[in-house]
Design a protein around this ligand. Structure first.
Ligand code: NAD
Length: 353
């Protein structure tokens, strides 16, 4: 096999600090010379947020956070950052809190210290996203890549079980799409394969309850690898579908990914033998599709888009923008009929074909 690719590794500090987010965040803020911090938070308990705040040179505290970063929410956060004359952003929360910090950094260039409390993975990418009138726009920019990540598993103990499962599967979708994204290279595939291993072990530990903080850390490790590989490989067919559906029908991010993933894997796997072999190896299963199906059964994964507010008559309208967005290097060509059948199955909660 010959190698012919260019891989860019994004520079970041990754700190695992079980039970010590406050101390670790303070150290990372000091490391970037932060003297006026803006704390953006959504998710963990008031006491946990307070503990982080107490050790910061705090200038602004901001909890006006919304999923998919509506432009007006971004503008309010940017105004608060300007008024507070902040020189460092600390996000404590899921992808929505990280995403809002990115919206501020995109304009101001202020560095971010990210403290993730879901498995969304936004903390490890240079991708930003914003929504205006139901249309989500994304882009990449060095300024939005957090300088440091602090992973503290104790902050995820309060994440509801169903959201833990959906969010873990969202991370798994990063791994799967990294196998065939538009810039996917062998380094991405290796990272994604190890990410699947971590996510599978971690998520099974999460749902059987025996894994405790070790299971959360294992899942965070997998989610980090998932995001790193995804940032390099770029959005493949799976992310293009979820991106369009999420913007058009205001669907919950993690659950949408969790439902759509098995359908895209079943569709693409026959056209991507190397990816399918890596995925099945990571799952320890006969086939990639069987491995994902077994994990989904073990964690009682979300099944149907109709359960999350997508109207059935919305399928036809979503097909053209999704078809236009699917990368031309997708392992298999996708027709209108293919995509309509895939979306119908995901909407109904049918078995993937
Ligand atoms: P989210 O951040 O909106 O969190 C979902 C819900 O869980 C919220 O109500 C939140 O308050 C709550 N929550 C979060 N952590 C909690 C905790 N520890 N305990 C209790 N409740 C908690 O959702 P998400 O799925 O983490 O992120 C979705 C957003 O992130 C979307 O807008 C998506 O587009 C974006 N995203 C971006 C990237 C990227 O690279 N730019 C990657 C992944 C996701």
């Amino acid at each position: 096999m010959s190698f012919d690719f260019i891989h860019e590794t994004l520079p970041q500090r990754v700190v695992f600090a079980r039970g010590d987010a406050p101390g670790a965040v303070a150290a990372e803020v000091a490391a970037v010379g932060g003297t006026r911090a803006m704390l953006i938070h959504s998710g963990p308990s008031a006491e946990q947020v307070e503990a982080v705040a107490a050790q910061l040179p705090l200038a602004v505290r901001h909890d006006d956070v919304a999923m998919h970063v509506p432009i007006e929410v971004a503008e309010r956060a940017r105004a608060a950052a300007r008024t507070g004359d902040v020189d460092v952003l600390v996000s404590v929360g899921g992808g929505s809190a990280t995403g809002l910090a990115k919206a501020v950094a995109l304009r101001s260039g202020v560095p971010i210290v990210a403290v993730p409390t879901t498995y969304a993975g936004s903390e490890a990418t240079n991708v930003w996203g914003m929504t205006d009138n139901g249309v989500k726009t994304t882009g990449t920019d060095r300024r939005v890549l957090p300088t440091s990540i602090v992973y503290d598993a104790t902050l995820l103990q309060s994440l509801p079980a169903d959201l833990s499962v959906a969010s873990g599967l969202n991370a798994l979708a990063h791994c799967v799409d990294s196998m065939w994204g538009p810039r996917a290279d062998p380094i991405d595939r290796a990272l994604a394969e190890e990410g699947i291993r971590g996510l599978r072990a971690g998520m099974i530990g999460l749902v059987d309850g025996a894994g405790g903080l070790d299971a959360i850390e294992q899942t965070l490790y997998g989610a980090y690898l998932a995001a790193v590989s995804f940032a390099s490989a770029g959005s493949g067919m799976h992310h293009k579908i979820c991106h369009v559906l999420g913007g058009m029908y205001d669907l919950p991010h993690a659950q949408t990914h969790a439902v759509v993933l098995p359908h895209v894997l079943a569709f693409n796997a026959p056209g991507a033998p190397e990816a399918a072999a890596r995925i099945s190896r990571a799952f320890g299963s006969q086939t990639a599709v069987a491995g994902l199906a077994a994990l989904r059964r073990a964690v009682s994964a979300p099944r149907a888009l109709k359960d999350y507010g997508m109207p059935g008559e919305g399928i036809a309208a979503a097909v053209p923008p999704i078809l236009a967005a699917i990368p031309t290097n997708n392992p298999k060509p996708v027709s209108t009929d293919d995509l309509t059948a895939l979306l119908r199955a995901a909407w109904e909660g049918d078995e993937p074909r």
